[in-house]
Write a protein that binds this ligand. Structure first.
Ligand code: ATP
Ligand code: ATP
Ligand code: MG
Ligand code: MG
Ligand code: MG
Length: 250
């Protein structure tokens, strides 16, 4: 442009090339900042607040509606992972651009849809979210990543379900409940024996998290195939999910 502009332009050279490895899945994982406190302050039900999870999913759907190269998203608690198709050319695969775009869209949507989901319960302050971006070159890596997130949910959710049952139904203090849990390996047995709770009857959304995928479905209006974002509460470990939805990695 102008001479003045070119005099200062050298500063652009300080920017680093942060393009993601080609031909690899790019994953952005968003996680709520200090959501233990956020959940407390907004009266979230423990261990699983249904509306809280619904809002996370609404925000994730909103991100997928905007960014068409996301082929799958998986979330639970205060986190959501977004998987970009391995051949995406979004932002020239520049990682800071991709990550900050996903993160800001997610945060904005979380606030935007708060009232739709929580109604009269007011948002007390603007929540923050943090993200990481990771690139996985093989299909096995991608599947193992999702299995890892779901395995973490399973361990934590079983723990928290027993913890809050001990507190709510067993009249234990939080400290006592943690102590009991520290020495117990058979958490689902305790739940069943002492409280008549069959862990496997707990809602799938709590036990398995929420997976969002795109599916072509005939529209009710004109029967033409249209793409919809579908929420599932399914197992990601093992091969079944991938056999049923081969187009995700294809
Ligand atoms: P950090 O900033 O390091 O992520 P954090 O407080 O957000 O800290 P996490 O490990 O991300 O810690 O855990 C999120 C916490 O938020 C959960 O442990 C739980 O207390 C709370 N939480 C998030 N979503 C829900 C929900 N739907 N129902 C109940 N509690 C929730
Ligand atoms: P990108 O996503 O690539 O950043 P963009 O549309 O945001 O695309 P920018 O180069 O960032 O393009 O320019 C921002 C544009 O937003 C401006 O060109 C202008 O049209 C509009 N804009 C932003 N702030 C204002 C404002 N306060 N008043 C009027 N127009 C504005
Ligand atoms: Mg968090
Ligand atoms: Mg978390
Ligand atoms: Mg702009």
């Amino acid at each position: 442009m102008t001479a003045l502009n070119s005099r200062f332009e050298y500063v652009k050279g300080f920017e680093r090339d942060d393009r993601c490895l080609p031909n690899s899945w790019i994953i952005v994982r968003v996680d709520g900042k200090s959501f233990s406190k956020f959940a407390e302050q907004h009266g979230f039900e423990k261990p699983n607040d249904k509306l809280g999870l619904e809002l996370m999913t609404r925000a994730a759907v909103s991100v997928m509606e905007e960014l068409r190269d996301i082929c799958l998203a998986y979330g639970h608690s205060d986190e959501f992972s977004f998987v970009f198709r391995k051949d995406t050319s979004s932002y020239n695969r520049r990682s800071a651009k991709i990550m900050s775009n996903v993160n800001s869209l997610f945060a904005a949507a979380y606030v935007f849809y708060w009232e739709d989901i929580f109604g009269p319960t007011k948002l007390k302050y603007p929540p923050g979210f943090e993200s990481v971006i990771v690139v996985y070159p093989s299909e096995t890596n991608l599947k193992d990543y999702l299995s890892w997130r779901q395995a973490e949910l399973q361990t934590k959710n079983l723990y928290n379900t027993l913890l809050w049952t001990l507190i709510k139904k067993g009249n234990k203090t939080e400290t006592e409940a943690h102590e009991i849990l520290r020495n117990s390996t058979q958490k689902s047995e305790i739940l069943f024996r002492e409280f008549g709770v069959n862990y496997y009857n707990e809602p799938d959304m709590f036990r398995k998290g929420t997976t969002l995928i795109r599916k072509l479905i005939p529209s009710k209006k004109d029967n033409k195939l249209r793409q919809y974002i579908i929420p599932l509460h399914c197992d990601l470990m093992g091969e079944e999910f991938w056999k049923e939805n081969p187009e995700i990695v294809g």
